[in-house]
Design a protein around this ligand. Structure first.
Ligand code: SF4
Ligand code: FES
Length: 381
């Protein structure tokens, strides 16, 4: 036997990366249909139609498989999840298989009877979107008259039924001046938590970026406002905050890491490692129509593509933060550099970092023109 062959025989077998941990969260995008027309919508430009949506039995199977896989929370989302006639049945099934159910809703079309049925079916938590702290800004952002008043009434009904309520406020140039009032409204509405989340520029929001990008000084002010309110409202309201990437020094750990903590299922059943992943056209996303959820999580090439650090190029490959942020967001890297394998330009080590900061400052300095924002149109869905 030659020495080379002996060497090969004695060499350890190539090590397979360790099996990933199971996911903890499932984002179930039950439908893309929605009564609101928000300027900051992060859903894809191309919406999935009603006729393409998964049927009730398939969603139930997905929830059963999610629970078996180890998922703890299911976020019933969309679009507007209550636009589905089977929302109560789906909530009941998710609760019965042991999932913690969080309904993510605009609240504008939910009747008291429907809310009662959802609570009875086992809805554990409700997350209500808040586009502005008053009717005027809410109309300007969500494109629907009367939305603020309906949301306020819905919040009261939720709290009266003893269901924990979180408000979710996506922040941008149209409403950034209202952050302190939004926090006060959350207390007034009886919410336990508010998320102050600066817009992520994916999907529709990317189209409106020039009209939505806030000025750096305004972002810095909100950081102070959140800090002050957290201190003052300790024990009354939890305030979570996500600040904009374009002004950051380092990127965020997107979705807890690609294929690490969560998975999303689109209305038609495609399973994605993150909400915006369909922009990564080179990946093939398996669907729940053809595969079990565990198979997709552990075996599908799209989930493997950016798991861990093996895919990284420099500067990420040798960076001390590579297991902190895992190179940032793949969807943002693609949107801003054209290369999904590039370092997220939110990172100071990216060769594109300075350009992105300049772009944000330029866009933020443009005069605001209400006629220049494009409202979402769900006609197609
Ligand atoms: Fe994160 Fe890569 Fe930047 Fe390092 S170089 S901080 S791993 S994005
Ligand atoms: Fe897709 Fe960040 S949104 S990886």
């Amino acid at each position: 036997m030659s020495e080379t062959l002996l060497d090969r025989r004695d060499a350890p077998a190539p090590s397979r990366p360790p099996r990933p941990e199971p996911p903890i969260g499932l984002l179930a995008e039950l439908t893309h249909r929605c009564p609101l027309r928000c300027t900051y919508c992060s859903n894809p430009i191309e919406l999935e139609t009603r006729s393409a949506e998964l049927d009730t039995e398939t969603w139930k199977r997905v929830f059963t498989q999610a629970a078996e896989l180890g998922v703890i929370h299911v976020h019933l989302s969309g679009g507007e999840p209550t636009a589905r006639k089977d929302i109560v049945e789906l909530t009941r099934h998710a609760a019965e298989v042991g999932l913690y159910t969080n309904l993510i809703t605009s609240g504008v079309g939910v009747s008291e009877d429907q809310l009662d049925a959802l609570v009875e079916a086992g809805c554990d938590h409700i997350q209500l979107s808040m586009q502005g702290a008053d009717p005027e800004i809410t109309v300007a952002v969500a494109g629907m008259k009367g939305a603020f008043e309906r949301k306020q009434a819905f919040a009261e009904q939720v709290v009266r039924r003893g269901v924990p309520l979180t408000l979710n406020s996506v922040i941008h140039r149209q409403n950034i001046h209202q952050v302190p009032v939004m926090i006060e409204k959350a207390v007034e509405f009886g919410a336990k938590r508010i998320e102050i989340a600066h817009t992520q520029y994916y999907g529709w929001a990317l189209k409106n970026r020039a009209q939505l990008m806030p000025a750096k000084a305004d972002v810095d002010r909100t950081i102070e406002e959140v800090k002050e309110a957290r201190e003052r409202l300790k024990g009354t309201l939890v305030i979570d905050a996500v600040f904009p990437d374009y002004y950051a020094r380092y990127p965020k750990l997107c979705n807890g890491g690609w294929g690490t903590r969560t998975l999303s299922v689109t209305p038609s059943g495609k399973v994605l490692p993150c909400h915006a992943a369909e922009t990564l056209k080179h990946l093939d996303f398996w669907t729940v129509r053809d595969h079990g959820l565990a198979d997709i999580w552990y075996e599908s090439p799209a989930f493997e593509a950016y798991r861990g650090t093996g895919w990284m190029k420099e500067p990420c490959r040798s960076c001390e933060r590579r297991e902190v942020d895992f190179g940032g967001c793949r969807c943002q890297a693609l949107a801003l550099t054209g290369d999904p394998n590039a370092t997220d330009p939110a990172c100071i080590k990216s060769p594109h970092h300075e350009r992105i900061g300049d772009l944000a400052r330029t866009e933020a300095s443009l005069s605001t023109d209400p006629g220049a924002v494009t409202y979402r149109n769900f006609g197609a869905a």
